[in-house]
Design a protein around this ligand. Structure first.
Ligand code: DX5
Ligand code: ZN
Length: 219
């Protein structure tokens, strides 16, 4: 099953509660929470307090994407009963194995994100430990960027690796996903689709979610 994780980075921050209620009503599966620190990426978004404020507004699980330096310092802050994944960047972790174990020890699934220029080979010794790999299809930092096509080849290679070494691993993609390219990436092996501006950026949010679900064979 393909899961849709709309990113609230592109939502109207003045009415985030309504936004998450809308995407839940329309059938989205996860809330993608983009945390940016202005160091690892050239932009600042929001932190754990904002995420936690949504707990009463939606029952959807949180899919936390930490685009921050030294993520170990902040992992606990993002652990709630609703947190399904915490994803850290391979490029931000000096001791990735330790960080993955730390996330799992708190009862949360561990994801590892790879920037567009980062090779899959950096996961040679982590692929069995991770619950999810997030393939970035834009350089992280901003919503609304253009999809980088080399991500498709990376997803295909990752699918092969997954089948050989960790079949329960999930493959997520993030950046520049829209109704025109979502089928291409899910055909390549993506199981969790992040979409920000194409859900919240234009038109009716609930209709956008439903169209995504229809494209990926959900409804
Ligand atoms: C990029 C973030 C993405 C972003 C996606 O740095 O990690 O999750 O919000 O936005 P779109 O779908 O607009 O590329
Ligand atoms: Zn993200």
């Amino acid at each position: 099953m393909i899961r849709l994780a709309p990113s609230i980075l592109s939502a109207d921050f003045s009415r985030l509660g309504d936004s998450v209620a809308m995407i839940e009503r329309a059938g989205a599966h996860l809330i993608h929470v983009d945390v940016m620190d202005g160091h690892f990426v050239p932009n600042i978004s929001f932190g754990a307090a904002v995420m936690k404020s949504l707990s009463g507004k939606t029952t959807l699980p949180f899919d936390v994407h930490l685009m921050i330096e030294d993520p170990d310092r902040y992992l606990e802050d993002f652990v709630t009963e609703q947190t399904e994944y915490i994803t850290v960047h391979q490029e931000a972790c000096v001791h990735l194995n330790r960080t993955i174990q730390h996330i799992k020890s708190m009862g949360v699934k561990a994801g590892v994100a790879l920037n567009p220029a980062t090779s899959l080979s950096t996961l040679d010794f982590s692929i069995e430990d991770a619950d999810m790999v997030l393939v970035m299809s834009v350089n992280p930092g901003f919503g609304g960027q253009k999809f980088i096509p080399s991500a498709i080849e990376k997803v295909k290679e990752l699918r092969t690796l997954k089948m050989e070494r960790n079949p329960r691993l999930k493959i997520e993609i993030d950046g520049g996903i829209n109704l025109d390219n979502v089928k291409t990436v899910t055909d390549a092996g993506v199981e969790i689709v992040v979409a920000g501006s194409s859900v919240f950026g234009a038109g009716d949010v609930e209709r956008n979610v439903r169209e995504f679900l229809a494209k990926t064979g959900q409804k």
